[in-house]
Write a protein that binds this ligand. Structure first.
Ligand code: SER
Length: 324
């Protein structure tokens, strides 16, 4: 579907790490009044609240979701509300409920109320300890062993089912760890790769909750936004995968990101105190084969580790100067 400037877009989970940035990007492209931000919590700052329409919405409240969809008649829904890996391990039943029921509510509302397109994020967490870790293929052994991963894999299959049974144009990406300076992640296993930059610019040492040699697939936020919007804008006949696409950009370890930061802060100190998140990281891929995304809708990342580091540090430093 080609989105025209007057089409309305609903972003659910707009206050989250990805939601904040995606809402901002969509508002830039399509006009603030055409992008409805919805979240279970009110916006943290007035700027976000005032930059466009906002609705308080718990996606587990199906009636309220339908009310919002009826009111704005969005052509697209980006459904981003979920518990991430570490948090879902601590609240397994709620993690399952939010991640699955939330998805069903959105898919059903889309079918029943005529929403044309749905975007739903999946994750590298759909893979598990039996999966080949290096250059993990699109189609391979999955067997995720976290609540989050199980919910994402089940969700992928349901997205595909809604596409086949209902013709719903639902699209999805398996994000790697996402890193950005504008928003903070919450409750994920890849969060260290955001935290570490914040510590570096504020002159603190960092205690990393993963071992120094733990490689995970990662991506800088501008690439994640580009991939998401490119996927959503690709002609439907180029989208041959209706579960979720592998998506890669870079792979690094805590030791490597530390070295990248030390190019700017030579005295930056990092120590390692692995916790329960180590086990989760060990069950995930180290790097991703995203050939299908590259071939079918021309996916190409712009940022490698050092380029991301340079940009993160400049922007975080600037934020610090502004807030002092
Ligand atoms: N970044 C997520 C997490 O760590 C994975 O999708 O839970």
């Amino acid at each position: 579907m080609q989105t025209t400037p007057s089409d309305t877009i609903l972003v659910i989970g707009a206050g989250g790490q990805l939601g904040l940035e995606l809402t901002h990007e969509l508002r830039q492209r399509y006009g603030a009044s055409n992008v409805v931000a919805a979240d279970v919590r009110p916006p943290k700052d007035e700027a976000t609240q005032e930059s466009g329409p906002f609705e308080l919405l718990d996606v587990l409240d199906k009636n309220r979701l339908e009310e919002v969809v009826r009111r704005y008649k969005p052509k697209q829904i980006y459904h981003l509300a979920a518990l991430l890996s570490a948090t879902a391990e601590k609240n397994p039943k709620f993690g399952w409920q939010l991640n699955m029921d939330g998805l069903f509510h959105v898919l059903d509302a889309a079918v029943d109320l005529g929403v044309q397109q749905v975007y739903w994020p999946s994750s590298i967490a759909v893979f598990g300890p039996d999966t080949p870790r290096a250059n993990t293929p699109q189609l391979t052994v999955m067997n995720p062993n976290t609540v989050y991963g199980i919910s994402k894999l089940a969700g992928e299959q349901w997205c595909e089912w809604y596409f086949r049974k209902h013709g719903l144009d639902v699209r999805s990406l398996r994000y790697p760890g996402l890193i950005g300076y504008k928003s903070l992640p919450g409750g994920g296993t890849t969060d260290y790769a955001v935290d570490i930059y914040h510590k570096a610019v504020t002159g603190q040492r960092y205690e990393c909750f993963l071992q120094e040699n733990t490689y995970l697939p990662m991506m800088y936020m501008p690439d994640a936004l580009k991939a998401t919007l490119d996927l959503m804008h690709a002609p439907a006949d180029q989208i041959n995968i209706r579960s979720s696409y592998n998506l890669g950009a870079m792979s690094f370890s805590p030791a490597e990101v530390t070295a990248s930061i030390r190019r700017h802060y030579p005295d930056f100190q990092v120590s390692y105190q692995p916790d329960s998140r180590q086990q989760i990281a060990d069950s995930w891929p180290a790097s991703i084969d995203d050939t299908a995304a590259r071939q079918q809708w021309s996916w190409q990342p712009d940022y490698d580790l050092d380029r991301m580091t340079d940009d993160m540090l400049v922007n975080l430093k600037q934020q610090l100067t502004v807030s002092v």
